[in-house]
Design a binder for this molecule. Structure first.
Ligand SMILES: Nc1ncnc2c1ncn2[C@@H]1O[C@H](COP(=O)(O)OP(=O)(O)OP(=O)(O)O)[C@@H](O)[C@H]1O
Length: 350
């Protein structure tokens, strides 16, 4: 089936200037996002997940800028293709933010106004983004509250954020985002602040909503475990680059990049009974200096000589799966896989 492209990122480069130095946060990253899919972007803190996705909404901090590449958005009015990196004015970004691409952050309190009722905050979004009068807006707001799983929506409409639990507040934030009618929803660690059961509920909700509203969802998380049940595809980010991308199946059952192996090995499910939880040794490279070779090489016990010299290109594993590692070069020596990856390949973990 032909998939409809919503966003096409090509060789995107993002830098920050800080006290006379330049930090290269996103390094020539390419990616596609299709209609109705959940794409998870996974990586350690500082790998560039937030900066990368914030650039789709013109939300980079003042000292940051796109220094190369392009971001094409295909969902605009009359199917007009828009080059997002060409947008300069705030007024033009406001036409994208919320109504085309919406974002949900980790802490729902920062996106809710404590002084306004929940209902009025959702209704504001409806009135701003949908061409309807007050009565219809109220009706739709109640429907959104129902859609995000809030019981007794008529009563909840009149309540304030402090009367809601953390999980319920996150649902409200999602309702506000949906009320703007976006085509893409970016969720930046939306469940990190919540306990595990609530986390699962919110992720399931996102799954339901993307179906109902034909949304493309980008789910940002540092926890690969979170995405197993919800993502259609997974992009693994390391040091400002997508080092591996594929369907969930491919990333979980046939991972190829040593960094993805390390992420999988650090999942709690992978911990042998009684053993310490594996954590990836070493720290990521500084992004202030240009990185030579494979950025993960110094932390990779299976690194080859070439990993320290030349940056690997993408090698295709399948039409939907590729990874930037010299281990996929036909000339590379065969290396033994970490035990956990062996186990997963044999179907023993998930
Ligand atoms: N305004 C800024 N000025 C300088 N450097 C910045 C700025 N914003 C982000 N960075 C740097 O860009 C890199 C990527 O940061 P980013 O927040 O995207 O990482 P992340 O993967 O989302 O991490 P986290 O999970 O902690 O949010 C980091 O090295 C960060 O320090």
């Amino acid at each position: 089936m032909e998939r409809e492209m919503m966003l096409e990122v090509r060789d995107l480069d993002i830098r920050f200037e800080l006290r006379g130095k330049v930090l290269h946060a996103v390094r020539e990253v390419s990616m596609e996002l299709y209609r109705g899919e959940v794409l998870a972007v996974v990586g350690e803190s500082g790998s560039g997940k937030s900066v990368f996705t914030k650039s789709f909404m013109g939300l980079l901090d003042k000292n940051g800028y796109v220094s190369g590449g392009s971001i094409c958005y295909y969902g605009g009015e009359e199917e007009r293709i828009m080059e997002l990196t060409a947008i300069r004015k705030e007024k033009d970004w406001r036409r994208i933010r919320g109504r085309e691409i919406a974002m949900i952050m980790q802490d729902p309190m920062t996106s809710l106004n404590p002084l306004k009722t929940i209902g009025s905050q959702i209704m504001e979004a409806v009135l701003l983004h949908q061409n309807v009068g007050r009565m219809e807006a109220i009706k739709r707001t109640i429907q959104y509250l129902k859609d995000v799983g809030i019981q007794e929506p008529e009563k909840r409409f009149e309540q304030y954020p402090h009367e809601f639990s953390g999980g319920m507040r996150q649902r409200v934030v999602i309702a506000i985002a949906i009320a703007c009618n976006p085509k893409i929803l970016i969720c930046d660690e939306p469940t990190t602040a919540l306990d595990v059961t609530i986390q699962a509920q919110i992720l399931n909700l996102l799954k339901e909503l993307r179906q109902k509203y034909q949304l493309s969802v980008i789910l940002i998380t540092h926890d690969l475990g979170v995405v197993a049940n919800i993502a259609d595809r997974v992009a693994v980010m390391y040091a400002g680059d997508i080092v591996e991308i594929g369907t969930s199946e491919e990333i979980f059952y046939d991972p190829r990049h040593p960094y993805t192996w390390a992420l999988l090995s650090s999942l709690p499910q992978a911990g042998q009974k009684g053993s310490e939880l594996f954590s990836i040794p070493g720290t990521p490279k500084s992004l202030y200096a240009e990185i030579e070779g494979d950025a993960f090489a110094p932390r990779n016990p299976r690194a080859l000589n070439i990993d320290f010299i030349r940056r690997p290109p993408y090698f295709d594993v399948s039409p939907t799966h590729k990874a930037k590692t010299w281990l996929l070069d036909p000339r590379a020596p065969k290396v033994s896989l970490p035990p956990i990856v062996e186990k997963i390949r044999k179907g023993g973990l998930f």
